[in-house]
Write a new protein. Sequence first.
Length: 263
Amino acid sequence: MIPLFDALFDDAAVFPPGDLPLPQAVPAHQAHRSAWYAELVGPFLCGANKLGELAELAQPGMPVTLVLPGGPDQLAPALAATAGLTVVGVELAAGAKAGVAALDQLPAGVTGAVELARGESLFAELDVLAGTPYRAKFRTGGLAAEAFPSEAELAAFVRGCAERGIAYKCTAGLHNAVRHTDSRTGFEHHGFLNVLLAAADPARAEEALAERSGQALAAAALELTAGQIAVARASFTAFGTCSIAEPLDDLAALGLLPHQENP
């Protein structure tokens, strides 16, 4: 089952709600990268304001993705501050046209993603992103109920990307495998396993996103062919999670990981 989850979990430990200090987050990430589940862990996500401190703490070769909510104007200064770091990706919030123009300046081998605003303009923005090498970034949660898109809205995004051949990553609120209602906040959280199954079959995306049975989702995941897994992961490339342990625990409980000691 691991190919379905290969490099799926981008390490967002320093972002809310985790807010782990860099002196703790960096060693933890390095431990993840040497653990039995290392192939499931994506790059370390870092904002522009922490790059100097990160450069002092990171071991050589640790993959880093820059997260730039301030948009294209943050890109050049952030890249200039990355001496000594292995930057593998850049994510910036922008309109698609401005985002593509900025990302066209990236060094070779660095992936780019544009975080697009939700709403009526989303699909016109996806039209601009289509045909470029860049991913869409879609927000699936946050600190308020309205930050969580409905099943229908997320399904429309999944289908829209599939129709245009656009890969995407998700951010916020997606660190559990299965769709659920948070008992503390009452927020409706999407599950990353739901999103993977939606990506594997976009025509049935809303049905996959609505499923709340972990057993049903696990059974469906186990039935995916190698081709379907390839389709799912070519579309849904990663999501940011402030906890690497939590998604691993969920997958282990569903029987979708080898029997190993979790972090």
